[in-house]
Design a protein around this ligand. Structure first.
Ligand code: FES
Length: 255
């Protein structure tokens, strides 16, 4: 399978503090899945190592375009912020295991914070119209992806009260918690919030089987290719690499 693409920036917009890019990469747009990421570097760069990681925010096979959202607080991505349309990027993608909504799922709850949030936007846009979707986003003011990127059929709630705002939106102990009605819950979280997410699942559902909750886990991916083992996370199946066996895991498998 092709893994390396040269992609020209097609459009660039700034949404408060975030920068949204669409790049032309027809081969990648055909196969990219929500939850996967790209290693990105300037085209023709001779640096073979440490390409920074960007999670894919969308892919349109008909247009041949892939979308990226750049957070300026990541110093490894600073060089991407001001690039104009027409500039070429090298992408190594799509990498990692994607989200896998079950065929029987009708209602999907998406909830997340941080650098893997673009993966939830990608899910929402991929499955809007086919599934009933609610998307809960939390983070810092000015750093949340704008809801108008999403189809009208997706119900969006945001909290600009930092990462902790996510669990207020989930209101896990309340009878009206959205976790209660979802056929599946897909999270985007850093490792520090996995325990809180598991607790929210346990308090909202009497029964929690594998497959009910998946999570795309944020954190550094120094090589992104399964070589350095600096990205390992402890699971019920032993230590696994977030970049290869993840970054999407079943939440029940994480300790
Ligand atoms: S980032 Fe190097 S093995 Fe995962």
């Amino acid at each position: 399978m092709q893994l390396y693409y040269t992609a020209a920036i097609h459009e660039r917009y700034q949404f408060e503090s975030l920068v949204w890019l669409s790049v032309t990469a027809p081969g990648l747009a055909r196969i990219a899945q929500p939850g996967q990421y790209a290693l990105v570097r300037p085209s023709r760069s001779l640096d073979p190592l440490l390409w920074p990681v960007v999670f894919l925010a969308g892919a349109d096979a008909a247009k041949g375009e892939v979308e990226l959202i750049i957070d300026p607080r990541d110093p490894a991505l600073a060089w991407l912020l001001d690039l104009p349309a027409g500039v070429n990027l090298d992408l190594c993608a799509p990498l990692g295991t994607p989200f896998a909504p079950a065929p029987a799922t009708h209602t999907l709850l998406l909830a997340g914070v941080g650098t893997t949030l673009p993966a939830l936007l990608f899910v929402a846009r991929r499955y809007a119209g086919r599934l009933s979707i609610a998307l809960l986003l939390a983070g810092d003011k000015g750093y949340l992806p704008p809801p108008f990127l999403l189809p009208e059929t997706v119900e969006v709630q945001t909290s600009a009260a930092g990462e902790g705002g996510l669990f207020e939106l989930l209101a896990a102990h309340s009878p009206s918690s959205p976790i209660r009605w979802a056929d599946q819950v897909l999270f985007a979280l850093p490792p520090s919030l996995l325990g809180q997410a598991a607790a929210a699942m346990r308090s909202a559902r009497l029964r929690w089987d594998r497959g009910l909750a998946q999570v795309v886990v944020a954190g550094p991916l120094p090589c992104g290719l399964g070589i350095c083992r600096a990205c390992q996370i402890e699971t019920r199946n032993g230590w696994q690499r977030r970049c290869v066996e993840g970054p999407v895991f079943d939440l029940r498998d994480l300790r």
